[in-house]
Design a protein. Structure first.
Length: 163
């Protein structure tokens, strides 16, 4: 799946999180985004633009009914911690984590104050973010490019194709 197809899925999951928390009063919703790249990195800017466009497709417009707070941690573990704490202090409706490091930092800082949506986690079950891919449990959800639970099925399919 290409990035341009993937990011709108993330936006949809984030938008769904807003719907799930509909008990809050109408008004501006807040999304906290913790990125693992630098703010001036072209890839990170493309991801953020795609996120904003994807949210817009679901009726969320930054500055109108939505406010997106983004923190750029790079690869510095201490920066992840500080950025996560800053985002949690802003009391977002949902937190978006770009990597496993982001999820860990946000979980430690948030203490379950807002749901966390992850986008680039290799093994969410193995890392303990979710109970299983079929029953996530808790307040963490997201997308994994590598779903190890389906590996046997993928191998069987590949074997059928080769034969």
């Amino acid at each position: 799946m290409r990035r341009r197809e993937f990011i709108p899925l993330i936006a949809g999951a984030t938008a769904w999180s807003f719907v799930a928390r509909a008990q809050q009063s109408d008004g501006v919703r807040r999304v906290g985004v913790l990125m693992n790249l630098a703010a001036d990195d072209p890839v990170s800017l493309a991801y953020m633009n795609a996120l904003v466009q994807g949210l817009h497709q679901f009726g969320w417009a930054d500055g109108l009914n939505l406010h997106v707070d983004t923190r750029w941690a790079g690869s510095d573990p201490e920066r992840f911690r500080k950025c996560a704490e800053e985002l949690v202090e802003l009391t977002p409706d949902v937190l978006l984590a770009s990597t496993s490091s982001s999820v860990v930092a946000l979980q430690q800082a948030s203490r379950r104050t807002a749901p966390i949506v992850f986008v680039n986690v290799t093994d969410p079950v193995g890392q303990g973010f979710v109970a299983s891919l079929s029953r996530l449990g808790g307040d963490v959800t997201g997308f994994s490019a590598n779903e190890f639970e389906i590996a046997p099925k993928l191998l069987a399919t590949a074997d059928e194709i080769i034969e």
